[in-house]
Ligand binder design. Structure first.
Ligand SMILES: [Zn+2]
Length: 206
């Protein structure tokens, strides 16, 4: 591992402000490395969202120092990369065309589920909007528009139903008060485990 990184860094050592890419091998992982030189005083490392090791080093820091630092942080780099890769495992990179198709499917499935549960809850919505939001799964406006994230349809059915019931319950309780959760649990007594699942796994679908 040392040797590989050493070569990668020393090749570019004379240049300032460069960005390079190479790999380091730690156990079963081959982690791409991006080294950036910046006007900064300390060395920092991070694992990027797509599982690369990003090293931000001061402009003139010697390669030996960088390698020593990486060596010391090896187990952190390893476990952090593993974690990122695990989070990425359900990620599907979709083209615009595929997102369009996903939205179509989402509209069909989510409308069906919403119409099913609205009867049980005895509520009615104005319209359903299907989006491709980066951070939310569903929302409900005071104009009774329910918005859903199209990626929901890639998840297990119980999770889809949880989001549907959650948003429909907002038509009764426009907040997250105890009364709201009471309503949710009337329909889905096990909603807490579904909610937990969504918290833990949801982002890996975006
Ligand atoms: Zn809510």
């Amino acid at each position: 591992m040392i040797c590989q990184l050493w070569m990668a860094i020393s090749t570019h050592d004379r240049e300032e402000n460069f960005t390079m890419q190479d790999y380091i091998k730690i156990e079963d992982l081959n982690i791409p490395v991006i080294l950036q030189r910046h006007k900064r005083k300390t060395l920092a490392i991070a694992i990027t969202q797509d599982g690369k090791l990003l090293i931000k080093s001061p402009l003139r820091m010697r390669e030996k120092e960088i390698i020593l630092f990486i060596e010391q942080k090896k187990s952190w780099i390893y476990s952090k990369t593993k974690q990122v890769l695990k989070e990425n495992k359900n990620k599907v990179y979709m083209s615009e065309e595929e997102i369009k198709e996903l939205k179509k499917q989402a509209r069909e499935i989510l409308t069906k589920r919403t119409d099913y549960y609205k009867e049980i809850l005895n509520v009615d919505y104005e319209k359903i909007r299907i989006g491709n939001q980066k951070t939310i799964w569903g929302s409900c406006s005071s104009k009774r528009t329910i918005s859903y994230n199209c990626h929901l349809v890639l998840m297990p059915e119980q999770i889809i139903d949880y989001v549907v019931v959650h948003e429909l319950c907002h038509l009764v309780e426009m907040n997250h008060s105890p009364a709201f959760w009471e309503k949710v649990s009337e329909i889905l007594p096990d909603y807490q485990s579904r909610r937990k699942w969504l918290k833990e796994n949801g982002n890996s679908y975006l």
